[in-house]
Design a protein around this ligand. Structure first.
Ligand code: DQQ
Length: 539
């Protein structure tokens, strides 16, 4: 196996070569899904960014087309950065994107439209001469003015978009309005802003239903909805969101009291996942979110050797949890068409210190769903009050998967070498805190590779899972394993964590999968279903 392919993923979205970052303007149009993305056509590090373009009928098998947008005009000469699509009435798609206009990264907002609406793939895009549509006024930092959202229409018939920005470390979603999509005026107030959060990249603003898991179009106006505002925080490169209320009279978004902005807030993914973007899929009446999963082998040299860098996470259906407090995300159902050999286990007990191998599937390319149960919470370890201010990731770093616990740690040891020199455990650890139980979910990459390199980024990613274990003594876990990525969904998609891993031994047929319990409480695997995953068409 060549260096180029050892860690290459099989069923995640990837072009044949070179660097990719943010997903751009995902949309569904006349029977075809489109994905554009930030792409370097000349190499495997960030630079020379164009909008690459791929199309699909099922979000799994892809056809790569020529770039749709690339720097060529005064208004985007130094870069065609991230943006979004809106389908205008009369079924006309339009893209808004950020153009970089000088070598100091000064930014403006442009639009592009399909050259030929009867081309089913919308291969060619035109950047009309009345660009740029929006230039920053004097109050705006022009190097922090980017990533326009999908537009939504208010009751007054005006289109609205937000653009990510920052003023004095206050991150903000600047609001603009337009009647004709050409002339845009800045609203007096941002849609929302928050102090000390740094620059907001790639904002995403959308309604979610309080009634069911269906998606809603960005312009949906009706009862029984909440709104979600997602920002990609420049300061730590994670995607955060709040849930709140969109006051359409004041044209402002107000996060709920228990939903906080910034790095103590909720994350779409507690691992490697950034610059995400969602879209409404009218075909299946759902909202889907795409996110970029960067490489973690950090030395640019690694990327150059591999000849590629970056993948898109598996698209996820996203909806509001019935509690109204958080989102749920779940891999789109189409992914299941790639499932091949299956193995199943039922009712298997795992007592303290036990571990067994899941055999009969390809452990480097798999989809695993497991549900664990236990009979009591009594053995849960105490949650040290000192940890209350720490991030879940730090608690995971302290306790890990091998220090014996009470209720947990239990879970999967993924991308493992036979003798466990390398493995990435994805597991739960339940703690008893003062008032409640705290469920920690970790995807701990610290032992993911034997490769000795100071610069390797191997974080003990973790998040808490908001579940009530008192009524239901059960926890479920799904992990998608694809060579150098482990993408996990705890408790049906309440907490998601994506890790990138670069094993030296646990490669292809030499990768193994184990289930373990290092807690004193016996755990029952109620069911475990695991499949080898097929390789979709991507050419
Ligand atoms: N990536 C784009 C920007 C965006 C950033 C440039 C986020 O538009 O803010 O490639 O990763």
């Amino acid at each position: 196996i060549s260096v180029k392919n050892v860690h290459r993923t099989s069923f995640h979205f990837q072009p044949p070569k070179y660097w990719i970052n943010d997903p751009n303007a995902p949309m569904y149009y006349n029977g075809v899904y489109h994905l554009f993305y930030q792409y370097n056509p000349k190499g495997s590090v960030w630079g020379n960014i164009v909008w690459a373009h791929s199309v699909s009928k099922d979000l799994i098998n892809w056809i790569h087309l020529e770039p749709a947008i690339y720097p060529s005009k005064k208004f985007d000469k130094y870069g065609a950065w991230s943006g979004s699509a809106t389908i205008l009435p009369n079924n006309k798609p339009v893209i808004l994107y950020t153009g970089v206009v000088d070598s100091h990264d000064s930014q403006v907002q442009n639009y592009a439209i399909p050259a030929n609406l009867s081309d089913p793939f919308l291969r060619k895009w035109i950047k009309p001469n009345n660009n740029p549509l929006i230039v920053p006024d004097n109050s705006i930092n022009k190097t922090k003015f980017r990533d326009p959202t999908t537009a939504w229409m208010g009751q007054d018939g005006l289109w609205r978009i937000v653009i990510g920005s920052m003023r004095k470390h206050r991150g903000m979603a600047l609001l603009y309005r337009s009647r004709d999509f050409i002339k845009w005026a800045k609203a007096q107030h941002p849609l929302h802003s928050s102090p000390h959060t740094g620059n907001w990249e790639c904002p995403d603003f959308f309604p979610v239903s309080l009634k069911n898991t269906n998606g809603l179009d960005a312009s949906y106006r009706g009862k029984n909805v909440k709104h979600v505002l997602k920002n990609s925080l420049d300061v730590n490169r994670f995607d955060y969101y709040t849930i709140g209320m969109y006051d359409t009279k004041k044209d402002r978004y107000i996060p709920d009291n228990n939903s906080i902005d910034g790095s103590k807030g909720l994350r779409l993914d507690y691992g490697n996942f950034y610059a995400s973007k969602s879209f409404y899929d009218p075909m299946k009446n759902r909202r889907i979110v795409w996110g970029w999963t960067n490489e973690s082998d950090v030395l640019p040299d690694d990327e150059i050797k591999k000849g590629w860098a970056g993948i898109q996470a598996i698209p996820r259906k996203v909806w509001l949890d019935p509690s109204g407090k958080q989102l749920i995300q779940w891999p789109i159902e189409e992914l299941e068409t790639l499932r091949k050999q299956k193995i199943q286990l039922n009712n298997k007990k795992l007592s303290k210190g036990e571990m067994f191998e899941v055999e009969g599937i390809s452990a480097s390319q798999a989809d695993i769903e497991v549900s664990f149960s236990f009979s009591s919470l009594n053995k849960a370890e105490q949650f040290d009050p000192k940890w209350a201010d720490l991030y879940a990731q730090d608690v995971c770093a302290i306790k890990g998967s091998t220090i014996q616990g009470g209720l947990g740690p239990f879970g999967l040891a993924t991308v493992a070498s036979k003798n466990l020199e390398e493995y990435t455990p994805v597991f739960f650890r339940v703690f008893k805190a003062q008032k409640n139980y705290k469920v920690l979910m970790c995807s701990d990459a610290r032992r993911s590779t034997m490769r000795q390199n100071e610069a390797m980024y191997k974080p003990s990613f973790a998040g808490y899972v908001d579940v009530d274990l008192v009524d239901m003594k059960k926890l479920s876990l799904r992990s998608l394993i694809d060579n150098s990525v482990v993408e996990s969904f705890g408790a049906g998609g309440k907490t998601c964590i994506t890790s990138r891993v670069y094993p030296t031994l646990a490669i292809h047929n030499n990768a193994h999968l184990f289930v373990f319990n290092n807690g004193s409480e016996t755990i029952t695997i109620e069911t475990l279903n695991a499949w080898s995953m097929d390789v979709p068409k991507m050419h």
